[in-house]
Structure formats: C-alpha cells, structure tokens
Design a protein. Structure first.
Lengths: 333, 333
DNA sequence: ATGAATGATGTAACCGGTTACATCAAGCAG
DNA sequence: CTGCTTGATGTAACCGGTTACATCATTCAT
C-alpha cells in the first residue's frame, strides 16, 4: 500500500541504503552491474524517491515561493507564465500563494519557510514594513512592485511615475485638455505612483487634475463611468490606471453612446494581451509582464546562489498608441 | 546567520524540544507560563518552523500539485484561480508545474511525490496510459479533462461532444449551412471530442463536414483564416474549437473586410472572460472554468481523506448566444 | 613480498521537526 | 503514610532521504 522507501529497496537488493542512493543518483563510484541491479529492484518495487525527505537532508527545496495579491485578470497570469518559464528552465517548481490581506501574509511566508529556497513577493498593497518584519533575513527574496524598494533585497519595479507621465503627455499632445484619471486604490503603491505621474504631467502643462478613485477592477471601471460622465461633462479623455478598468470604461462608454476616441479618448496601463484585441484597440503603456516574472526568477536564483546584488531594477513602460487615443475628429457640428 | 531550529529554542529556553513543539503548536498539556516563556524565546530568536521537516515527520505536505499543459491564455489562469480559492480555504498550497511533453511529465510527477498530498492532473494532450503508468497508485490524484476517464481515479470532464453538438445545432438553426470547424490539435482529447460533436450534428442535419486542423492558439486562428476563406468561399459559419482561435479568426475576418455575423457567423468554445468583451461579442459554449478548478480541489481533498468515490463528474457546457451568430442579414443585393 | 593508493561498499550521523513512551512530582483516597 | 492517579516534562525513536567516514579488497610501485 504505502510507497516503497529507499530502505525497502536496499533490503530487497541486499545492499546498503547508501549504495541505493548513489546508484540511483548517478554517482560515479558504483559498479555498473550493481547500479543495474538496484535500478531493476527499484523499478520492480515502484520506488519513487520522497522529494520532501531529500529536500530536508540536502537543505534545498528546488522550489520557489510566489506570493501574489490576486490571481484575477491577465496581469498576474502573465507574470506567472513568465515565472514558470524561467523556473522550469532551472528545474524549479513554483509554490503559489494568493496573498489577500496583510495579516495572513506573514503566516503565509512562514508556511513557506523550509519548502522553498526563496520567495518572490509581489505585494503593492501590503505595508512593506509589516512584510519585511515577518521575513527572516536569512531567506532570499525578491520584491516585485512593492511599496518600498527593499534596501537589502533585490527589487524589481515598473517606473509607474514616468509611465503615467508619458501617457498623460501623449493625451495632451493629441489635443486633450480635460483629462480625468481613474486611479487604482489608494492603498496600492503602484496606483499612487501612477497618480503622481499623471499629476506631474498635468501640472507641467498647467492643466487641472481630476482624479476619481477606482480599484483596478473591470467592473468598477464600468460602474464608475456614468458617474464620471455626470461629474465631468467636459471630459475629453479618460486615463485609467490599468487596462482592466479601461476596458470596463470602454464598455460603459459604448453603452452610453459615446464615441471613442471621437468624443473621448481612452487610455490604460499594463498592455495586457486583451488590450490589443478589443475594438477600438486600447492605447496603453506596455509593461513587459511576463519578462518581469522571468527576471524575478533570475534575480532570485542569483540571490539563492549567494549573490549580494541588491540593486533596484527599474523597467520603463513603453507607450503603445492604438485606436482609443486617435485625434478627436474635427467637430462635425 | 542560518535560521534557528527547534533545538536552538529548546536550549535557549532551557526546556526539551518536545516542550517547544508542544508549546508552539498549542497542545493543551503545557503550563501557560512555560508556553509564554517558549514563545518569548522563539520570537527573540526569530524562530520560524521548518515546514519541510514538519511535513516529513507528519507525512502530510499540506500542498497539492497541479500539472497543467500550458499557462497560456485565460483558460488556465481561470482554472488556477478556482483551484487557488478552494485550496486556500482548506489551508493548502499549490505546487505548480507546467507539463510540456509526455516524457518530462512522468519525471515531473515524481518530483512531486513527497511534497504534495495529491495531484490534480490536467492533460488532454498526454497519452493517459503513459501518465498513469508513471503515477504510483498510492498517491491520490484527480484527472481533469484527460483523454481516458481514469477507471480508478476521480475524474472531471467537460462534455465536449454534447457542447459541440449544441453549438453546431445552434448555427444550423440560425440558418447556416456551410459550417467549417476549426479544430484543435488531433493529439488533444478535448479537440477530438469537439470534432465528434460537430460531426454528429452535421450528419444529423445531412450537411457535409469541413474540418480544418488548428491548435487552440489565437495566432493560428488568425493565420489560418485567409486560407479557410480561400478553400471554402461558400462558408457562412466558422466554428472554432476554442475562444482564443475564434478571436484570432475574428481579427482576420475583420481585416479581410468580412462582416461578422452579416456574412459569416463565428462561434467559439470555453467562454473565457474575454469573449464577452470583444466586439462583436462572441457566441460560445460556457464552461465553468473556475468552478472546475474548485471541484477538482474538493474531489482531491476527499480522495486524500480516504474517499473511494471514483465517479466521473461530467459538466455540461451552456450555449451563450451573443453577437457573432445573430441571423445573417437578408441579402441586400 | 609489502605498503600505499585506489575504488566499491557499508555504517551511522544528520537534516528539523513530531510524538510514543518514560519519568517524575504533586494531589488525593484509604 | 502509602499507593494510585493525574499532569507536565524529558528522552529518544522516527519520518526518508544524503553523505562523511570507516572498512575492505584490489592493484600497483618498490
């Protein structure tokens, strides 16, 4: 019933456990015939090594823990895809954990200790002090898009401030003036940075900011749009803090009979795969989502190998002009 | 430097390791003052229990392994989301593995032995015999959308045959006659079942089948469409075996200046979130993707708990009529 | 022929927890 | 006062691997 252990194999093959271990792991100092014999017996018993035990004795889990704020939407699935690719190249597995709130966060990190060699933490919505307090300094970790660029941890970030500034400037350059920013939640560091970039560009152009607080969800983008139209009747551009909200807004604008980009320009942020597929195609800031996942794994494996490189790696998003921000038609009236 | 172990805590607190273990795990037979003392010392040392060691000694990993064919696209990210929800409710973590080909598949399963309590295997593209051969019968596993309904394993499947039949009948009922099926890869069990459903409905209506082999990828849907238009100039409906290919086809059709659904009706399968967001919205078979993920975890935890219920659970997809299959306009000519 | 070097194999400690069982002190009934 | 029960704590075995080191048989140089 229960699975065979290495001792069962040793007894059956009439050799020591050490020989079984060596034979099965391809060590060189094993007689070929002995190796074959052990392999035969192991196969006959259906022996599969117990990875947990091996991990314990080798003090190496060959796995990395990934904590994400949310599995919703394409953004995180893309990140995960990048991580998976980089991880399986290195023979690592991913231990996944959704990180809802700050309290359970620390408990979660603890659950991971001893089952993973390091952690990738993506938590723009969690107080970084709280996070780092619960993180033993001995466990390697890379922070992705966290609020504070962990001083003594490798860190990856998207330059949200610059990105939002570029997008806002693009909107201004294409003739928009009454630009409303539909932001992410205040508690989210990336959302705050994007607000900052928007503010900077608007200030530089001498325009007035209008910020409406959203929460990065598509439904909210749709739900808030009618209200935005009411409160800002003069609006000629809507800059959503991420693509999902922009798409929600697009649906609501379409439902309201508003022409995009004819009457109102629409912009998003992230460039999820979906954004080029909708119609009209969404202008957005391209973030190399899967690439960030890959880089995170690369940095983490370096850190696990002992690298002391705690540099902050900042990636600059790129403006993708598509259909939703084409110049407004000359008024037909 | 290295992390404190339970013996460090025991030494520092001047008690035995057993007491530390008991105190920290909330056993009742510990003097309250001793417990507090141990907790204080543990906190002072920054002690975090080594989950791997605990797993080994308790013979319980509190994790489940998930093997997926591909992380691409919304389908699997939705599945994963459902699994994550169900898993974290039960205090389980997910160990993720992308399963590219059959050879590495078995190795992968072995890597998981001893680090997970059970497996969820989603592998419509892998020879089930190969798969089950590599799977020790002692490890609980549930099969999702695998080619063969594992006789002695809990199994979840989508009724692809019925679903494809319903969709094809819908197309016929809305007046289409020259219906081309853009199928998934022959190696994929689900693709084969959808072909079968399409065939059944076409046969029943006395119509001729036209099947073009695709591979479930959006790019392929787009790339194959011009060729399909050339080879089947009379086509009035295109039924893609999944939504991603349908969306690819939609883009290509739009580029070719073809009116959907005016000239050609378009249908997909899966009902990924994206399909209702594109324009025109895609008619498709709704599959409760996240729900299947949740059910898989539920069935697996039952199996881990010792349930012997190896019933095949079949879920019936539901027709979602949207814009791409509205009745063809009366010819304007 | 003898001692050293080499190579294959076995013994047992170790990784870091959990827990059955032993031990011991205190409380209590007779 | 003695013997039994009860509760708290300690001892050590165990989970299933890996591996340093010991052992032993060869082989080879001297």
């Amino acid at each position: 019933m229960a699975n065979a252990t290495i001792r069962d194999v040793a007894r059956e093959a009439d050799v020591s456990v050490a020989s079984v271990s060596r034979a099965l792991n391809g060590h060189s100092n094993v007689r070929p015939e002995l190796r074959r014999h052990v392999e035969t017996v192991a196969a006959a018993l259906g022996y599969v090594p117990h990875a947990g035990a091996r991990n314990l004795s080798m003090a190496r889990a060959n796995a990395i823990g990934v904590v994400l704020p949310d599995l919703h939407g394409e953004f995180f699935s893309e990140t995960l895809r990048g991580m998976d690719r980089a991880a399986s190249e290195r023979g690592l597995q991913l231990l996944l954990s959704n990180l809802h709130d700050g309290d359970r966060a620390v408990a979660m990190l603890h659950t991971m200790r001893g089952r993973v060699d390091g952690l990738i933490i993506m938590a723009p919505h969690i107080d970084p002090a709280l996070l780092l307090a619960g993180l033993p300094s001995s466990i390697p970790a890379v922070l992705v898009n966290c609020a504070a660029p962990g001083k003594d941890r490798p860190t990856l970030q998207v330059d949200n401030v610059a990105g939002a500034r570029v997008m806002t400037e693009h909107l201004i350059a294409t003739g928009r003036r009454q630009i409303v920013h539909l932001s992410g939640p205040e508690s989210n560091a990336e959302a705050r940075e994007r607000i900052e970039g928007y503010r900077a560009a608007m200030d530089a152009a001498g325009l007035q900011h209008r910020i409406v607080a959203g929460d990065f969800m598509q439904e909210t983008g749709a739900a808030l749009t009618p209200q935005i139209l009411r409160d800002h009747p003069e609006m000629d551009a809507l800059f959503a803090a991420n693509d999902m909200m922009a798409i929600g807004a697009l649906i609501a604008l379409r439902a309201a009979g508003i022409d995009v980009p004819g009457q109102i320009a629409l912009a998003g942020f992230d460039d999820i795969p979906l954004s080029r597929l909708i119609s009209p195609a969404l202008t957005t800031m391209h973030v190399d989502i899967a690439g960030i996942g890959e880089r995170a794994v690369a940095r983490l494996t370096d850190a696990i190998a002992g690298a002391k490189d705690h540099q902050l790696e900042m990636s600059l998003p790129e403006l993708m002009v598509r259909e939703t921000t084409q110049k407004a038609r000359v008024s037909r009236a």
